[in-house]
Design a protein around this ligand. Sequence first.
Ligand code: ZN
Length: 433
Amino acid sequence: MVFMKRFFCCAVLAVIVAFTPFIVSSQPLNATNLGNSGKLIALTFDDGPSDTSAWLLNQLKARNAHVTFFLCGDKIAKYGAVIERAVDEGHQVGNHTWDHTDLDTLSKSGFDYEVIKTDQALTAVTGQKNFLLRPPHGAYSSNMLQWANRPVITWSVDTYDWAIHSQSDLTDRIVRNAKDGVIILMHETVPTTAKGAINAIDILQKQGYTFVTVNELFTRKGIKLQNGTVYKNAPNNGIDYGKKDLNPPFYYNEAELSSHWASPYIAYMKKHKFMTGIGPNQFGPEYPMTRAMFATVLARMSGEDLSGYPNNFKDIPNNTWYTEAVSWAAAKHIIYGVGDQYFSPDEYLTKEETCVMLCRYAEEKGLDLSGDGTLTYSDSQLIHDWGLPAVTVMTAEKILTGRKSRLGTAFDPQKYASRAEIAAIIARFGTRQ
Ligand SMILES: [Zn+2]
């Protein structure tokens, strides 16, 4: 059993992960636009969550962009941890009915089933109340507006992503219709939508646009939303009362490092020189772990002589701080390239990817990771099949602990692994009994 698990963890999965598409290229940390007066856009994503939600959250975080998710109640149980994370990262969630039913013809009891029940499920996950309502297909009636007793949000730009299913068409439509105060409709359930939207954000941030939640859009425009009223955009009045969060993405005040939850683990990593920092006196605990960084951490931990391994990657220059470590990790089959002789050194790693790579490292070093058991994370069902054995083993070995969530303990498999999280995992790995 132990052998099976190790083999599975390290050989079969290694191959699968090697061919997992890595979509993100290096995203500059300064891809934010602060204090741009009168250029606010609210992107809205309906019908979710979906399996692309975690990826979308990673990308939005890297760009300091905030959006609104209008969610269906019947998906909340499966994606609770993702929803909670979205709220924690500054996005807004709203009500899109329980099972995507048109509200304009419903009785009061039907309305309560669709909307009130969804409110309750959203509250259980987020701790919030007073959710905005977006009726499916934008269909509403005067009865419904009265029963809703809250602002109702439709849209001023329909991207037709649900009909066209084209990443480039979506990007183009968003860019063409960009205007101060617009509310743009998209759907998380359309596979091309997340990438198309992120590409549009990259283009429009360079033009000075800021991406805000629906609530922030109206607040910054000085508009107080009224119950029972339908809003499709915020008037382009040139007003912007300012941004509340001026910190760049992944910012952490290093003066507070000693009180960071991962402080003992960071101290361990510094002491052993497995991780040093991302700048002078800057550990960057919230900064995501890049592929080059993780190769370097594992190489340093191995204590091996790294010289003499060939650099076979077209995007790895010779003589960088990570060249030898990357060449070593590739030669040892711990971290593979991303295909066609590219390594993509600046790409961020997800939590489940780092688990698989650490398992391969253990295999390479002949270390026995033999834990077994059933995962009880609230989001276990979101872990990819190729990541499941590694996450299971590392959870059983108490190398992974997850994070406290309103629904129990969450793992966030597709979230970028932060440097603090990696410090904790490596320190627990290095000191396990
Ligand atoms: Zn919908």
